[in-house]
Design a protein around this ligand. Structure first.
Ligand code: S3P
Length: 166
C-alpha cells in the first residue's frame, strides 16, 4: 500500500488526516511531534522554552533520518519539517509527500483554543498567520508531490481525495 508523508502549516489537519487514514485503511501512524516529545521527555512548548527552536529543529532532522517507516505508514510531520533543505531527501525516501493546504482563516479557527504551538502562542490572528504562511509557501510547494486544499472539507473527504490522487 506504500507510505504517505503529510506536510503543511500548523492546523492544516495533518494529525487528523493521519488518524483518519489509519481508521479507513489501516495505516500505521508516526506522529513526529509526539515522537520528539517522548524522546525528550518534554512537551513541545517545554522544548522550545528550555532548549530553543534550533534544538527542536535538530531533533526533528535526527528523528526523520532514523524513522523506520515499514510499508503502510503515514508520517505526520511537524509544520516546520519541510523548511530545512536537508529534511527533504529523507522525507521523499519514505514516500510521496502530500501538502495539506489551509487558508489563514481555517488555520486560525483550528488553532484558536490550542496552547501547544509556541510559534503561534501570542500571535493568534489571521494577519500573522497569513504572513508566516506566505513565507513558508515556497518551501511547502518545493517539498510536495501532491497538494490538497482542506478548507471546508471533512477529514474523510480529504482522505478520499488524497487516496484518489495518489
Ligand atoms: C511547528 C509546528 C508544530 C510543531 C512545532 C513547530 C512549525 O507542529 O512541530 O510547534 O514550525 O510549524 P504542528 O504542525 O503539528 O502543529
Amino acid at each position: 500500500m506504500g507510505n504517505i508523508v503529510l506536510i503543511g502549516f500548523m492546523g492544516a489537519g495533518k494529525s487528523t488526516v493521519a488518524r483518519t487514514l489509519s481508521e479507513l485503511r489501516g495505516y500505521r501512524v508516526l506522529e513526529m511531534d509526539a515522537m520528539i516529545e517522548e524522546r525528550e521527555g518534554m512537551t513541545i512548548p517545554e522544548i522550545f522554552r528550555t532548549r530553543g527552536e534550533a534544538y527542536f529543529r535538530d531533533a526533528e532532522t535526527k528523528l526523520l533520518r532514523e524513522l523506520e517507516a515499514s510499508d503502510g505508514t503515514v508520517v505526520s510531520c511537524g509544520g516546520g519539517t519541510p523548511l530545512r533543505p536537508e529534511n527533504l531527501a529523507p522525507m521523499h525516501a519514505i514516500g510521496p509527500v502530500v501538502w495539506l493546504e489551509a487558508s489563514p482563516e481555517t488555520v486560525l479557527e483550528r488553532v484558536r483554543e490550542d496552547h501547544s504551538r509556541p510559534l503561534l502562542e501570542n500571535n493568534k490572528n489571521a494577519a500573522f498567520i497569513a504572513q508566516m504562511l506566505e513565507g513558508r509557501r515556497p518551501k511547502y510547494e518545493a517539498a510536495a508531490d501532491l497538494r490538497i486544499t482542506t478548507d471546508g472539507k471533512t477529514a474523510r473527504e480529504i482522505c478520499r481525495e488524497l487516496l484518489e490522487k495518489l
